[in-house]
Design a protein around this ligand. Structure first.
Ligand SMILES: NC(=O)c1ccc[n+]([C@@H]2O[C@H](COP(=O)([O-])OP(=O)(O)OC[C@H]3O[C@@H](n4cnc5c(N)ncnc54)[C@H](OP(=O)(O)O)[C@@H]3O)[C@@H](O)[C@H]2O)c1
Length: 239
């Protein structure tokens, strides 16, 4: 059963990686998709996707052009700024909070009235495996993603009576431009694969499938959840 067909869905960060994979799957399944990020890209122009230009850390004025009713919102902007704790500056923490958390707050404050007009909207955030499973050098991004989850569950409670669902997907390492530095040589890629109990890192298409499911009516009783999608990284130790 196709349950995103005809829905209006806003993908913040649809120009790359997981957000681009989500956009393509939604289009394939008959949704009307609007993307918003700093860049517009040719591949989405060819797919006739409406692309708005915003910077979630500042100017989101272009979101005033949204349709009256939104059935779904996906918030993809994120960071991977890994450093030993003593080398992380206050500015690093602020930047990670700006992109991951305050950007989401800005976007939601601009869109919540559109989501409320749907009879059952769905909002999908992206956390990280490192927010629940402690990993060295992840102090800043884990702090920001944990805050994002706090936002998600609070809003899930506050808007449950408006039938707006909020869920977070927490990936481990996934093959996207954001993870480029961690996968820049065959050795790095092989080591990254080996760290996962299932023997490999994730693909944007795998993560996108779960996001599309959460946006669909099939997920209509799932809210306030943090769902790990990590090749077993957060829960398994193979011996
Ligand atoms: N890839 C991984 O290994 C991994 C692991 C754990 C968690 N995650 C999480 O998964 C989510 C998606 O990551 P990804 O790997 O798909 O990243 P990505 O390839 O870098 O894509 C990020 C998207 O967000 C947009 N974006 C970034 N900063 C923005 C800003 N200031 N204003 C507006 N748009 C902005 C980018 O578009 P523009 O550049 O055009 O603005 C792009 O479309 C992130 O939240 C990330 O933290 C990823």
């Amino acid at each position: 059963m196709n349950t995103v067909k005809g829905k209006n869905i806003l993908v913040i960060g649809g120009s790359s990686g997981i957000g681009l994979a989500i956009t393509k799957q939604l289009i394939d399944q008959g949704a009307y998709v609007i993307t918003a990020s700093r860049r517009t890209i040719e591949v989405l122009t060819e797919l006739r996707v409406t692309q708005l230009q915003i910077d979630v850390t500042g100017d989101i004025q272009a979101l005033s052009a949204l349709p009256d009713v939104l059935h779904g919102l996906v918030y993809c902007p994120g960071t991977i700024n890994l450093k030993p704790f003593t080398r992380l500056t206050e500015e690093d923490f602020m930047q990670d909070m700006q992109v991951n958390v305050f950007g989401a707050v800005r976007v939601l404050q601009a869109t919540i009235k559109h989501l409320k007009k749907s009879s059952g909207a769905s909002v999908v955030f992206f956390g990280t495996v490192a927010a629940r499973t402690g990993m060295n050098f992840h102090a800043s991004v884990a702090t920001a993603k944990s805050a994002l989850h706090g936002l998600a569950v609070s809003l899930a409670a506050e808007y449950a009576s408006s039938h707006i669902r909020f869920n977070s997907i927490a990936p481990s390492l996934t093959h996207t431009p954001l993870a480029g530095n961690l996968l820049s040589t065959p050795e790095k890629k092989e080591n990254a694969d080996k760290r996962h109990p299932l023997g490999r890192i994730g693909t944007p298409e795998e993560i996108a499938s779960l996001a599309v499911y959460l946006l669909s009516d099939q997920a209509s009783w799932i809210t306030g959840q943090w769902i790990g999608m990590d090749g077993g990284m957060s829960t398994l130790k193979t011996i």
